[in-house]
Design a protein around this ligand. Structure first.
Ligand code: HH2
Length: 257
């Protein structure tokens, strides 16, 4: 899953793809590099970010979605608002990537009506404050229980089981210690019926571990991608598609050897 952020303030690529032409060109490049799907986001959810209005989110998303039809790749939209979900699904999105795991009133219904796919992600707290001293007694168990509860809720609302993927939500209300525990415990999330998505690309935990700024975290991101694959991840949400595809190729060959 290649990331295209149509935002002025995303932590690693904010401001680069704000106009529809630049976003389309970037999405094309990611597809050419081997992305199987593209994740479009119009609201940064980095720690400390401010929410954007629904109108602004749609103003950014709809022209890009329209132009991405020519890409002929599934497009996922990173949003937590049911009205935005509804509008982008009507405009051709194949998947909703919801960092709130369909918690907003009306979200499960919007999804169930559409027949599209969904990524249910765990987060603790709101982006504005979620990194202020997050606490868990058992981070792996708590995240696993939360995701199971959200999968059950989505199924009960009519979202087909084979349209759901889950994501532990690295960096969303989690310290580096929590993120490492989740990465190490990833196999505990393994469920053949529910594919696991992991997004660690360029994240601040990798900066903490390596001492590198966001633009210099490629090697760390690739190491994290490999560990995630080994732990059972089946979708990697990344900014650097070409290099990650090489990691996937090496890992697949290793699996088959
Ligand atoms: N991470 C980010 C945004 N959306 N969605 C899922 N499912 N999993 C993630 O780990 C995830 C996500 C944050 O990264 P990015 O989009 O690059 O930055 P920003 O939120 O600043 O736009």
């Amino acid at each position: 899953m290649g990331v295209v952020n149509i935002t002025p303030d995303s932590f690693s690529d904010g401001g680069r793809f704000l106009d529809a032409g630049a976003a389309l060109a970037h999405a094309r490049r990611l597809a050419d590099e081997g992305a199987d799907l593209v994740d479009l986001g119009a609201e940064s959810t980095r720690p400390g970010s401010a929410p954007v209005s629904e109108e602004e989110e749609l103003r950014r998303l709809l022209p890009v979605l329209q132009s991405l039809k020519s890409l002929e790749k599934p497009v996922s939209v990173d949003t937590r608002r049911p009205t935005v979900m509804q509008a982008v699904l009507e405009a051709g999105a194949s998947m909703i990537n919801d960092i709130e795991a369909l918690a907003a009133p009306g979200a499960t219904a919007a999804l169930a009506r559409s027949g599209c796919a969904v990524c249910l992600m765990h987060k603790k707290g709101d982006p504005a404050t979620m990194q202020h001293d997050p606490h868990y007694d058992d981070v792996v168990g708590e995240v696993r229980d939360f995701l199971k509860e959200r999968v059950d809720a989505a199924r009960a609302a009519g979202v087909a089981a084979d349209r759901i993927v889950v994501d532990p939500g690295f960096g969303f209300g989690k310290t580096a210690v929590h993120n490492l525990a989740l990465l190490k415990g990833l196999s505990g999330f393994r469920d053949p019926a529910v594919p696991l998505l992991v997004g660690l690309s360029r994240k601040s935990t990798l900066g903490l571990l390596t001492g590198r700024p966001v633009g210099e975290r490629l090697a760390a991101s690739l190491a994290a991608a490999l560990l995630a694959l080994q732990g059972g991840a089946r979708i990697l949400r990344v900014h650097d598609v070409r290099e990650t595809v090489d990691v996937v190729r090496v890992w697949e060959a290793y699996q088959k050897a």
